[in-house]
Design a protein around this ligand. Structure first.
Ligand code: ZN
Length: 87
């Protein structure tokens, strides 16, 4: 018996959950997916880390419709810190 694992990379908007790449030819990898998304008007703004500055390597995926009103999200680490610091 042979097990086959099928994985596909899709972009999912962190604002409205819109998906890119869910239909048609799947992206080969996340880098290709983001490149195609970028050409389609998507942007991948950095999330804000614990220091309050954008963190390279942690991104949100944002579709063109959500982009005008987008405010940067927090990294998981920053979210935990914010929850800890909350009164
Ligand atoms: Zn969106």
């Amino acid at each position: 018996m042979t097990g086959i694992t099928v994985s596909r990379f899709i972009l999912q908007c962190d604002g409205c959950d819109l998906q890119l790449g869910a239909e048609g030819t799947p992206f080969i990898n996340a880098v290709e997916g983001r490149a195609i998304g970028y050409n389609a008007g998507w942007r991948m703004p950095c999330r804000i880390g614990v220091t309050g500055s954008p963190v390279r390597g942690s991104y949100d995926d944002v579709c063109p419709a959500c982009l005008p009103a987008w405010t940067p999200g927090l990294t998981e680490q920053a979210k935990r810190k914010a929850a800890r610091d909350a009164p």
